[in-house]
Design a protein around this ligand. Sequence first.
Ligand code: GLC
Length: 506
Amino acid sequence: MTDSIAKKFPLFKKPLKVLFVAAEVHPYATIGGLGMVIFSLSRALKKMGLDVRIFMPKYALIDEKKYQLEMILEGLKVPTGGEAEEKKFLICNVKRYLPPNPDVPVYFLENMEYYEKRSNVYGYSDDPTRFTLLSRGVLEFLRQSNWVPDIINCADWHTGALPNYLKTVYNKDPVLSKIKTVFSIHNLSHQGVFDHRFVSELDFDDGKSQIAPFFSEKLLKQNFMRRGIIYSDIVNTVSETYSSEILTKEYGEKLEDLLKEVRTKVFGILNGLDYRELNPATDKSIPFNFDISSLQKRIENKIHLQKEFNLEPSPDTPVLGMVGRLSGQKGIDLLMPILETLVSEFNIQFVTIGAGEAKYRSFFEEMNKKFPKKVGCHLMFDLALARHIFAGCDLFLMPSKFEPCGITQMEAMRYGAIPIVRKTGGLADTVEDFDPKKNSGNGFVFENFNSYAFFGAIIRALETYKHKKIWHGLTKRAMRADFSWEVSAKKYLKLYKKVISFHFKK
Ligand code: GLC
């Protein structure tokens, strides 16, 4: 541990040991925001002197040659809770990867049937079994390991069984019972395969019963998001605003009453950005590098973007961009009734990329057919193209219905695009509405989830865009906003300190 941390946190004489457990982790299995967060947060904490490691499944897509995994435990017997002799245990291996600095060591749980034979990370009807295996596999591994963490930081429903096992099955275990758990909620709306929001009384899982055996029907209906919330020592979400929103009916996804009950252990810490990787001055994936003092070069990225999407190259036409999953969460329903009016009444262009639901895909395809010089779309996710949008568009749209944190609005700002966001979750915590009287703010914010409110914000932005000097100031303020991981990682350390010093009743 570095001296400065030791001085600030005298409680920790030795480096604090933290194990992250997650279903997806960048770059081994890159899916979405969750995996990026585990990657960057673990690094940032390591840099602060903590002893941080990661535990995840070894999926088929993990390239064993590239990462040179080392077998450290063969034949780990994970109890399934089942009675039948031949199904009492699942046999796994644990492999380890020691990456070069600053990345953190990763343990991979290997099991042929549940991970290696599956080409995807998610989307199987037995996902609850696959991730309960992960949760229990971690604990069984730690019983035999000479490295035992002080804290396990779980992520989302996939790891909800872990605190549950820890506080029940393993509560007398001399080693495991000392471990504290933090359960991080990245998205409350994802609660597994079974829809827990609309269940019959018979299927309702109050979270208090034993975890069902791995292969039982009952396991598939247990709510591991609920269980993670109940049994963990601390619950945290990925922004402060989201941590209070989830206590309400509108955002609580039917877990608001439980969350209200345990609210004293619910916290919120905003995710950060990896500022070293995301730097418009050095990023090799954008066509023209620029920084705050060379914003004129940003225009070349804009022209490049327009050409890339077959739009009319025009430096003065405002380009509106959108990047993200095509799902109800992202508020595309607010854009659908107004996009046609926007492109036909105003001199603007629109570009989007993202994969997702068919109704949104066909909407964008139709708009592209109708206005080929004004609307461009690429309906697949593409990291490099996303960066081209951040670096080339003028306005970045994010009218989310809910947004636990949101990362793209921060990325867009870092690359000088001005965000237009709905005031929710992490969007509310990162974007400050432009005030023309004070000439302050770094974006445009609207409150109500309807197209009129969204339309109003877009028009305010388009009018402001006409005043170059003011726009310049806005762009600079957006680019200067500091969402670096260092800030968030310090808050995590405080949270860990809290969980260690808390005395919880069993
Ligand atoms: C989920 C949330 C998103 C958040 C990300 C990482 O994908 O929907 O808002 O930024 O997790 O925490």
